[in-house]
Write a protein that binds this ligand. Sequence first.
Ligand code: BDP
Length: 718
Amino acid sequence: MRRILLAILSVFWIFAVPNQACAETGYDLWLRYQPLDSGAKERVGQVVGGYFTAQTHRPTMEAAARELRTGLSAMLGYQIVQRHTVQADGGIVLGTGESPHIAPLGLPLASLGREGYLLRSVVIEGKQVTIIAGNTDVGVLYGVFAFLKRIQLGQPIDKLDIIDKPKLQLRVLNHWDNLDRHVERGYSGWSIWDWQKLPGYKDPRYTDYARANASIGINGVVLTNVNANAEVLKPEWLQKVKALAEVFRPYGIKVYLTARFSAPIEIGGMKTADPLDPGVAAWWKAKIDEIYGVIPDFGGFLVKANSEGQPGPNDYHRSHADGANMFADALKAHGGVVMWRAFVYAAENPEDRHKQAYTDFKPLDGKFRDNVLVQVKNGAIDFQPREPFHPLFGAMPRTPLMMEFQITKEYLGFATHLAYLGPMWEEVLEADTFRPAKGSTVAKVIETPVAPGAVTGMAGVANVGNDLNWSGSQFDQANWYAFGRFAWDPDASAHAIARDWAGLTWGNDPALVDPIVAMMMGSREAVVDYMTPLGLTHLMATGHHYGPGPWVADLARPEWNPVYYHKADANGIGFDRTKTGSDALSQYAPEVARLWGDPKKVPENLLLWFHHVPWDRKMQSGRTLWDELVVRYDAGVEAVAAMQARWDGLKDKVDARRWSEVRDFLAIQHEEAKWWRDASIAYFQSISKRPLPVGHAAPPHDLEHYKAINNRYAPGNG
Ligand code: BDP
């Protein structure tokens, strides 16, 4: 009897709590292909019938067909199969312009370029047919993903006339992954590259990773950390790299490696790595030829040189151009590129860190080979929650500049803080450099080739690891997704991207999408408020960067210390970057410098970035600066509480496992937002010596308490 009762109960349990029965983990990312409701099933079923391609036995076309089959079959609940003729009963036709079924249609494929796609509803012999076409197989693959996305989002597919193509050529993830699988600034487990089992075992996860990337147009992956290890260039490691390249190739993804500048010494047995030494150049040429012998479509190198202790050409009194060109010359014959990072600042240099990259690189404009891109972080310091755009954008008109964003949230709360980075990237991309003229946004600068056919690109420091959910949190997947979308179209809208992602990832119901998008769109500003409001920056704890450390003043290099950045004293707070200070503003176009140089005109969210202002200065709100600072810290904490309340309201609409994970992470975020707020207020109050505004509670502990917190084992520490 007891057994029968239990059986009845368990049946009841499964039906009563469906979310528990098939818990989603987040592994499927935005490619969940959930079953459609019956109305949509019928509508989509009428259009898709089956699919046909004349171009079989081609790896990329097969990947495209496989994705179409998998996606449609899952959403429709029955098997979609390949037809043997196009006219069988309408359906989908996949192919490039050479396909005998597509060529006669006279479609405007020429405008698609190499990677664009076309989705078009046509009638062939009285049958409704959907064409998914491109000039290359990869274009077709991108078209398949776009088509599947429309269905997932409930958008019509019966009268399609869509053309899309990427605005940037190189759309690259930078993995800061070490060969021992530790990920520098990684908050989602270990590196997904299981080097020890490669090349023998190719984890199927690599294929899912490639699918995810291809679905958002990412076409390159730098496998290794910018703080590079020369070992990866050894023959046995190249076999491992080759294995990954083979998995990625059908998805249109090239592999790249980071080149350690001193490799000729470390693994080549040479005495020097001087780029102008013919022996060194010959060593690299032979190494590069060897790599292409193993991986014929190798993408090239990403190089961090003379920055944070990495070796580089300056060690031999050579310029960054000398270093980059040495690689470029050897890569050119194979069609490879060098992505040379502008993230440089030197210990010996007393100049404002904000200015150093510009000072080093601006004079080199026009001196790089045409297969070099200078890769510039979005801001002049270092991926902080808010930075003005980097002054190099627009300042090197003869050099391809590649945007570098950080997807992993080193400075925005690691994995547990919900911070959608779309608005941050959009803010930078929309910023007007005024170079050469008004309207030259950062997006335009990176999109416009410096010469006909010149290379363009965007890089994102990946947040992918071997966590079940890939990115460390469900919502951090949105940042991976958004990066791909911005790399495809730097003029895209963060809001529209968030809507797409939310619909794909959580479910296509406005009652779900609207509140989730609202949470996402406000989330980055919340982080800015509780960590670094009003243009403050770089106030995190030492080394691991987890939590607040605005008091830190004892590190060897001045620009490693938070006190260097906020310069709080009895009179006020902020970094004077006008003429009376470091004059970093002079690196921007005069229009920008004038606006930001005027403390009355600069947006308040950048005030303390550019100005040292008195504690009692009147702000737009009518409050004093000190009061405003406190109000912002509290606003940040309250915004997290508001996200918690919103999320609680979605409990019945989201599968239980993912819902609980987000709830718990938001609770952690709330605690940590309070920690940032309390510690920062305790510290700054010890300097400003002003009372807290009415209604704003004193931190529960004294400053010493916050200073004593030690998180030495926080993840991701380089
Ligand atoms: C900093 C990171 C450090 C990286 C460096 C870089 O803390 O781990 O190596 O950027 O971009 O933000 O090279």
